[in-house]
Design a protein. Structure first.
Length: 158
């Protein structure tokens, strides 16, 4: 019996079968996930950049001067456990949290923190792509193969 959209939900193996079909011919670890694994290394390099570290220090002092915690960087501010998050990712939006967020944005705008952060990340990504061109190209070929398979499935479904 062929599995249709209506019957597929009743079979636990259907999802695994669909994934196998969509990923056919793709080396998931080597090609499909390559860019994601490289992003970890790029992020480490970005965090070590002296210009960005200096910008984060200026941002941090600015936030502290407004009466808030002196975080080492904006990621630490975002992930502060003081901002309880529900399973949906939303916080309670307390007055203190909103005021801290306002200080964060004000300081980022005043000192162009986000722009510098973006520029440093873009430079690191460009260097990483140039240094690993063949591997990124393989990832792109895997993505294109996946899209062809999805397009074929959609065409068959009508």
């Amino acid at each position: 019996m062929s599995r249709t959209r209506a019957t597929c939900a009743d079979f636990p193996s259907c999802n695994a079968e669909a994934s196998r079909r969509l990923m056919r011919g793709i080396d998931v670890k080597r090609d499909w996930l390559y860019a994601q694994t490289r992003q970890i290394e790029v992020d480490k390099a970005v965090k070590r950049d002296p210009r960005l570290r200096a910008a984060w220090d200026v941002w941090s002092r600015c936030v502290a001067e407004q009466g808030f915690t002196r975080y080492p960087d904006p990621v630490a501010a975002y992930s502060d456990t003081a901002w309880w998050r529900g399973s949906d990712g939303n916080t309670r939006h307390t007055a203190r949290e909103r005021a801290t967020a306002t200080a964060d944005v004000t300081c980022k705008r005043r000192h162009h923190t986000a722009e510098l952060w973006h520029a440093v990340r873009a430079r690191q990504q460009t260097a990483d792509i140039a240094g690993h061109r063949d591997r990124y190209a393989a990832g792109l070929r895997a993505l294109r193969a996946y899209r062809v398979t999805v397009a074929d499935v959609l065409r068959r479904l009508g």
